[in-house]
Design a protein around this ligand. Structure first.
Ligand SMILES: Cc1cc2nc3c(=O)[nH]c(=O)nc-3n(C[C@H](O)[C@H](O)[C@H](O)COP(=O)(O)O)c2cc1C
Length: 348
């Protein structure tokens, strides 16, 4: 009997770069009936290959790998230089040297595509852009299912046109980076996830995975009512024991009444995280230059993380962060997957 399509799984464990989506988390989500995702963003290709092997050792269940699409527009390096100077006192405070900005960074896109093709990973998702048709065709030729992350109907039409099998529809309620196709994006924080799903549903016929602010069964039910066939959760997994979330990040998620905000301060690309000193000090100064600003602030974030200082770290979190609980990933997946599966049209 052939393996059922992994894209029919009702719950997706969001890829979370920076060490959060550990192979153990991916395996736990997939073993519980969800679809776990490794996050290849910022990773060295050799580390990605090793993580794929680790997931396969831990589970026979299907899983996915998320790859960042490199920014194709030129960035304003002068603006990055101005921001670098604005960070001088901050660098002195942490005793770190800030790197000179690089003009281009592909994040090893071609090498990562080679790895996931060679490994015949069941599902590959793309974020920060639309992959070329040739890449989608290559993945299809080895049986891999392809997901493209979109933030509006226009991007959805573009992604469907290159042959995506499903779209991850990310609203501005989501934790982490906005997945817009360019980093000089706008940000509509008023549109809720169900409304965004409904508008994308009107534009394309492919299956939709909804992402943004989904923590409780009622939010999962609402996106299915709006036309999604699966829900993708990131923030709800941050406090699971299997996640690689930094202790200071975990503590801030549940203990804090800071609330979240959307900022370019850490990377030059809009992202939602818990408000802290770094955002308040530099959010208004950071240029729309991704990933140049990401590399610039890396030593600052690393120094803050080494000291466990939440005020200097990127504490990515969605609008539902105050509702998360510290419990095993399987419990989170079971609670939400059951709601999605029972509300999908074919189960009604
Ligand atoms: C810590 C963190 C890291 C993230 N890293 C990625 C990533 O590497 N790739 C990606 O496509 N999305 C990433 N996201 C966004 C998620 O895929 C997803 O859109 C988001 O978590 C959904 O909203 P929620 O956090 O409210 O559940 C990240 C989110 C968080 C919280």
């Amino acid at each position: 009997m052939s393996e059922p399509d992994p894209l029919t799984r009702p719950l997706v464990g969001a890829p979370m770069a920076g060490g959060v989506s550990t192979p153990a988390l991916v395996a736990a989500v997939s073993d519980a009936g969800g679809l776990g995702f490794l996050a290849a963003g910022y990773q060295h290709p050799a580390d990605l290959a090793a993580d794929i092997t680790r997931v396969r050792r831990a589970t026979d269940a299907p899983f996915g790998v998320n790859v960042f699409v490199p920014e194709s527009r030129p960035v304003d390096l002068d603006a990055v230089g101005v921001f670098r100077r604005a960070l001088t006192a901050e660098a002195a405070r942490w005793r770190v040297t800030l790197p000179e900005p690089v003009e281009r960074d592909s994040d090893f896109f071609d090498e990562k595509v080679d790895i996931v093709v060679a490994a015949r990973v069941p599902v590959v998702s793309f974020t920060f852009g639309c992959p070329p048709r040739a890449v989608v065709d290559r993945l299809h030729s080895v049986g891999t299912r392809v997901v493209v992350t979109v933030t509006d109907a226009q991007e959805a039409i573009e992604a469907a046109a290159v042959g995506a099998d499903a779209l991850c529809v990310q609203s501005a309620h989501a934790g982490g980076h906005r997945a817009t196709f360019t980093s000089a994006e706008r940000c509509d924080t008023r549109t809720g996830t169900p409304e965004l799903v409904a508008s994308v549903r009107q534009a394309v016929a492919v299956p939709l995975i909804a992402a943004g602010g989904i923590v409780r069964p009622e939010e999962a039910a609402a996106v299915v009512e709006a036309g999604a066939s699966a829900a993708q959760i990131g923030t709800a997994l941050l406090t699971t024991p299997e996640a690689g979330t930094h202790a200071a990040h975990r503590a801030a998620l549940t203990a804090s009444d800071r609330g979240t905000t959307v900022t370019r301060a850490f990377s030059g690309r809009l992202a939602r995280g818990l408000r802290n000193r770094f955002i308040d000090s530099f959010g208004a100064l950071a240029p729309a230059a991704y990933p140049q600003v990401h590399h610039l602030t890396k030593p600052l974030r690393a120094a803050a993380a080494a000291r466990g200082d939440a005020e200097g770290m990127a504490l990515w979190a969605g609008t539902g962060h105050h509702l998360v609980r510290a419990e095993p990933a399987a419990a989170v997946v079971a609670r939400l997957a059951a709601v999605v599966a029972s509300r999908r049209p074919e189960s009604r």
